[in-house]
Ligand binder design. Structure first.
Ligand SMILES: [Zn+2]
Length: 148
């Protein structure tokens, strides 16, 4: 049985973890990475976590605001986008439809960084269930508007 490393996102054998590494979910190889690289992965995971949870809370929004000031460009830009989503539509429910109908540019940006990658393959619309059980309506929406 291995252990999941949150940095390389791989299941690694136990001997690849020190005692401390086990606790931090960071394998020995990743522990050798510069701190900034480790932090980047942790922050990206945190930010996408906010996006996928059922509601982006006010506390999360403040945290995202802080992360959007990150010196790491990837972290800053993802935080900025999710921050914007949090302000516009904190609840995940019906968010995709809202974004598709009113915030197409934002949606494209979210898609560009991989947060809503399924959108570019919207013919697999039933997979959007992972975002929202009620988004089947999007099929009709796209048929009508022929958006993409
Ligand atoms: Zn690792």
């Amino acid at each position: 049985m291995g252990h999941y490393c949150r940095i390389c996102r791989l299941e690694r054998p136990n001997e690849k973890f020190s005692g401390k590494g086990h606790k931090n979910h960071t394998c020995k190889d990743c522990s050798k990475l510069p701190k900034v690289d480790r932090e980047k992965e942790i922050h990206l995971e945190e930010i996408s976590g906010y996006f996928y949870q059922s509601n982006i809370s006010k506390k999360n929004i403040l945290r995202l605001q802080l992360l959007s000031k990150s010196k790491v460009k990837e972290v800053a830009s993802m935080a900025e986008l999710v921050h914007e989503v949090g302000l516009l539509h904190p609840r995940k429910k019906r968010r995709m439809k809202f974004l598709a109908s009113t915030q197409r540019e934002l949606l494209k940006k979210l898609s560009a960084i991989g947060l809503v990658y399924l959108y570019t393959f919207y013919e697999n619309i039933e997979e959007l269930d992972m975002f929202d059980q009620e988004e089947a309506e999007l099929n009709d929406f796209y048929d009508e508007e022929n958006l993409w």
